[in-house]
Each structure stands twice: as structure tokens, then as C-alpha cells.
Design a protein around this ligand. Structure first.
Ligand SMILES: Cc1cc2nc3c(=O)[nH]c(=O)nc-3n(C[C@H](O)[C@H](O)[C@H](O)COP(=O)(O)OP(=O)(O)OC[C@H]3O[C@@H](n4cnc5c(N)ncnc54)[C@H](O)[C@@H]3O)c2cc1C
Length: 507
């Protein structure tokens, strides 16, 4: 069967990339003479949600994506739709007070509702299923954590109960059940938003990297695109910006396996380990698969091959796996104070907005960000605008990640300029692998392809000058400082970099 797979920012394939139907009547051109009401940079769940809402409001908008819609994390997500989040409601209350925690819960609920209403309104067939979500503790410390999560959720009115039976083979001490969670096929959903957007008169410009925005006579200019306002829906806004210090990039891993037993859990199940594991099932192209994911770590800090090996070991320990059909990884951003940043971008001209720092909850937070950003562009009030404002002053200093994340980025800023994590001689480089090597006193990021050719790059990240590390599973060069990623020829896969790594010619 010939399939027209959607591409994404890694060499591994996610099951979502199987062609979920193509978008009809797409226009890949815009009018340089037109001043659009809004330019949306990035066509993931955030960009398409915002763009569709704006277009339906009667605004004239254009989306520019450096690749194609779905290329970013939305094409590599695991697509759980939850009423709870990585920042627990107890943590949210500690950092932002009771009112902040309540707004966070409301925003998550509204993001979930927006997905549901889009599915209903646009009659989207995207495998949406409602399922219970279980969170279990395996020891006393985790049980205490669970108690905090329970209390925090009850306070903000999220339905949660202690569970009797969790459909997991893992021995557990205690568990919570959140009813009314859901899952879907993220790219079928995204394709349908894309179609609805095009039908509403929206324009999608593919392979259109936006490097910078300048102002000209009160209008924002991105290359030859003119717009009254701009939304950076790029997951991480490009270039050097304040979010490089307020968000830490993380890689996360997923495998999709067939089981001998044929018995797949009809639930979303999470443990409380650090890093954690989760499982859910999904019917992909007529075959049911168990998705097992987690083992997140900071980008460029650990060996991705080891993470996959550990995930597979974990999966095989608890499930009778007959074959592994997919394995892939993707990137998300942890905000230093636990809440996403959605709104006017700090230190830029008025009318340039952004959304980032969703943690692993971008289905709900990306959707609600689409609504918040669309309201801001339209000049409407939005009750979440203040609490998620990128310029917010956090009322209570209860979240401890800030120092940790910043210290780490600062360490790499300094140490990368003086040390390489690894040096090796070029001739020991195996086909299909990459490594930082030293040749004649010169540092290079070298990849040897299957034909034996060396692809040599300057390893200095073009974003902020840190040194990239090899990611053998996605065949990419990943920056440990702010998460920029490049392919084997140095082309940008993931921002905030907007310039490719420099090629070093074979001399
Ligand atoms: C493995 C994994 C599992 C996850 N599972 C879940 C889950 O179960 N539930 C959940 O809620 N969340 C989950 N998340 C988080 C969620 O997937 C993301 O938060 C969400 O997909 C981000 O969407 P986005 O539209 O903001 O960004 P993206 O999907 O990354 O889209 C950004 C787009 O911008 C484009 N772009 C970037 N820079 C430029 C530029 N300079 N010019 C033009 N275009 C540009 C890119 O090509 C891309 O298409 C998971 C994340 C990971 C990594």
C-alpha cells in the first residue's frame, strides 16, 4: 500500500503519521500586498486551534509553518486528554494560590471542552474515546504524593476518587481514578482543523520558516508577509528570548506494541515514578496497540537509545509483548514555575503573542492557548490572560524548579565553551551513527551515513552557542541548553534556532 506519510521532526515514526486523509483546496500562496489581521507561525495544535477560531471570527489570517502542519510535537505526542496535569493542583496552589489553581483547573477543563466541541461541530473522526484515568503509587512516599494530588484536585472541583482496582499488572499500594479522561488520534484531529480552516478562507504556507519579525509603519513584517498581529505557535518561540531561561526542553519516549494476549487495558494508566511510565491502548489502522511511554529526561542530557531500551525492558517485564510496531520520541517544555506562558511576548513589539511551556499537557493547554490567543488578537477579555501572562509576576514562591532549570542552562552555557562531553577519532565512527569528534584539534559534529560518507558540522548551536549532542534514535543533533535540534545535514528540526548548523567541508 502506498501511503503518503506526514513528516515529523525525527527519524522514528509515530503511528499518527500514517496519512489520515489529505486537506483539499489548500493554497500555498499569500498576497504580499495584503495586511493580514494575524500571522500564525506554526501549524501544530496551538496554531491551528488559534487560526481556526480567528478565521471564524471573520479575521483574515495566514499560517506559516517551517515544514508542514503536524511536523512538531503534535505529530509525536501520545494524545491523552486529561482533567489533571503534570503540575498538580496542589503544586499550582503552592505557587499561584487557591485562585491560580482554580483558574488552571478551569483552563484545562475548557481546553478539553474545546477539543470535544471541535470534534462535534466539525464532525471529526479522530478515534476520540472517553476512558477512566488511573494514577497509582508503589510505595509510601508515592502514596503521600497521591494524597496531595487527591486533595488538590478535590479543592478545584476535579472529579477524583480512590480506586479499588487498577487494570495494571504492576503491583501497587494505592491508586486514584479520574473519570472522564479521553484519548484521540492527534493528526486526524489536526488534519480536520486544517481542512475547516482552509474552508473558512485561511491560508497555510508550508516550508515557510519565519526567522524574525520587524515593524514597518505599524505593521509586523515577516519576510514578505504583512500582519497586524503575530502569534508564535512554534512550541518554543524562535531565537534568543526570555523563554530560553523560563522553560527547560525535555525528550519523552513512546513505544507501541502488540500483545500476545490480545487483552488491552481500556484506561489511561500512570505510575508516580520519577521519571514516570504510562500506558494506554489505541486502534491504529485496524490493529490494537499498547502505547507505553515516559522515561523523560532533559534534551541532550542522556542517551536516547538507553531510554528506549529501558522502556522496552519495562514493557516486557509487565506485558506479554509479541512485537513492537513503533517507537518514537518527541520534545516538550517544562515551565519553571509550573504554568504555561500564553500572551504578549515580553520584550517585543505590541501585538506579538506566543504560547509555550505546556509540560506534557499540550492537548488541553494548546487548545485553550488557541482560544486565549484568539481573544487577545480580537481585543477580547479572557479570564486566563493574567495568570498565564508571560510577563506575570508570580504571587507565591512555592515552586522549586526555577533554580534547578536555570542553573542547568547556565552550566551548559559556560561549560560547553570549554569542554566536549566526548571526543573520539573519526575513523571509529560506525555507519548510521554520529558523534562529537576531534580532528586535527578541530571539534566537529560528525555523522557517517550507510555509504560511509561523513557529514561534518560545526557543533556550535546557532541559537546561543552551546554544543549539540548526538541523538542516535531520532538521528538528530540536540542542544542541551534550550532544545534546538538539527538533522544530519545541520538543517533546523526544532527551534528556537532559526539557522542551520554550519557544514564543514571535507578537506
Ligand atoms: C512524547 C510526548 C508525549 C506527549 N503526550 C501528551 C499527552 O498525552 N497529552 C497532552 O496533553 N500533551 C502531551 N504532550 C505535549 C503535547 O504533545 C505538546 O505540548 C503539543 O503537541 C505542542 O503543540 P504546539 O502546537 O504548541 O507545538 P508543535 O506541535 O511542536 O508545533 C509547532 C509548529 O511550529 C513550526 N515552527 C517552529 N518554528 C518555526 C518557525 N520559526 N517558523 C515557522 N514554523 C515554525 C513547526 O514546524 C511545528 O509544525 C506530549 C509531548 C511529548 C513530547
Amino acid at each position: 500500500m502506498i501511503t503518503n506519510k506526514i513528516s515529523r521532526d525525527g527519524a522514528n515514526e509515530s503511528p499518527w503519521q500514517e496519512e489520515p486523509g489529505s486537506v483539499k483546496s489548500v493554497s500555498n500562496s499569500h498576497s504580499p500586498a495584503t495586511v493580514y489581521d494575524c500571522l500564525i507561525v506554526g501549524g501544530g495544535i496551538t496554531g491551528l486551534t488559534a487560526a481556526l477560531l480567528l478565521q471564524k471570527e471573520g479575521k483574515q489570517t495566514v499560517i506559516a509553518d517551517a515544514h508542514t502542519p503536524g511536523f512538531g510535537t503534535t505529530g509525536g505526542t501520545s494524545a491523552h486528554i486529561n482533567t489533571f496535569a503534570d503540575t498538580t493542583y496542589a503544586e499550582a496552589e503552592a505557587a499561584f494560590g487557591a485562585e491560580g489553581a482554580q483558574l488552571f483547573a478551569d483552563a484545562i477543563k475548557e481546553g478539553m471542552g474545546l477539543i470535544k466541541s471541535n470534534i462535534e461541530n466539525y464532525k471529526i473522526d479522530c478515534d476520540y474515546e472517553s476512558k477512566p484515568g488511573y494514577l497509582y503509587a508503589e510505595n509510601d512516599d508515592e502514596a503521600k504524593e497521591l494524597a496531595d494530588i487527591y486533595e488538590g484536585a478535590v479543592k478545584v472541583g476535579v472529579t477524583v476518587q480512590y480506586a479499588r482496582d487498577v487494570p495494571t499488572p504492576v503491583p501497587y499500594r494505592q491508586a486514584l481514578v479520574f473519570e472522564g479522561q479521553a484519548q484521540f488520534h492527534p493528526l486526524k484531529y489536526l488534519k480536520a482543523l486544517h481542512q475547516a480552516y482552509v474552508e473558512a478562507g485561511g491560508i497555510v504556507l508550508e516550508n515557510k520558516l519565519i526567522e524574525s519579525i520587524v515593524q514597518e509603519n505599524g505593521v509586523h513584517l515577516a519576510g514578505d508577509i504583512r500582519a497586524k498581529s503575530v502569534v508564535y505557535a512554534t512550541h518554543m518561540p524562535p531565537n534568543i528570548n526570555v523563554f530560553n531561561f523560563e522553560c527547560a526542553p525535555y525528550r519523552s519516549y513512546v513505544i507501541a506494541a502488540k500483545l500476545h494476549s490480545g487483552k488491552y487495558p481500556e484506561a489511561l494508566i500512570y505510575d508516580c515514578q520519577e521519571p514516570y511510565h504510562y500506558v494506554r491502548s489505541h486502534n491504529v489502522e485496524g490493529q490494537t496497540l499498547l502505547l507505553i511511554g515516559g522515561l523523560d529526561h532533559k534534551t541532550g542530557h542522556e542517551d536516547p537509545e538507553k531510554a528506549f531500551a529501558e522502556l522496552e525492558k519495562y514493557a516486557r517485564k509487565y506485558y506479554n509483548i509479541s512485537s513492537i510496531k513503533y517507537r518514537w520520541s518527541s520534545q516538550y517544555y517544562v515551565p519553571v514555575d509550573g504554568f504555561p506562558y500564553i500572551g504578549q511576548m515580553p520584550f517585543t513589539a505590541d501585538g506579538i503573542y506566543c504560547a509555550t511551556g505546556y509540560n506534557g499537557n499540550g492537548m488541553m493547554l494548546g487548545s485553550i492557548a488557541g482560544k486565549i490567543l484568539s481573544d487577545l488578537v480580537c481585543g477580547k477579555e479572557n479570564k486566563y490572560a493574567d495568570v498565564f501572562s508571560p510577563s506575570r509576576v508570580k504571587p507565591i514562591d512555592g515552586f522549586t524548579e526555577f533554580a534547578k532549570e536555570n542553573a542547568d542552562a547556565a552550566y551548559h552555557f559556560v561549560s560547553d565553551r570549554f569542554n566536549f562531553r566526548e571526543t573520539d577519532s573519526l575513523n571509529r565512527l560506525q555507519p548510521g551513527t554520529g558523534k562529537l569528534v576531534e580532528v586535527d584539534g578541530r571539534k566537529i559534529a560528525a555523522y557517517r551515513d550507510d555509504e560511509g560518507n561523513i557529514h561534518a558540522l560545526n557543533p556550535v548551536c546557532t541559537h546561543a552557542g552551546c554544543i549539540v549532542n548526538w541523538n542516535g534514535t531520532e538521528k538528530s543533533w540536540d542542544c542541551p541548553c534550550h532544545g534546538a535540534r538539527y538533522d544530519i545535514d545541520g538543517n533546523v528540526l526544532t527551534g528556537p534556532a532559526t539557522h542551520n548548523l554550519k557544514k564543514i567541508k571535507n578537506e
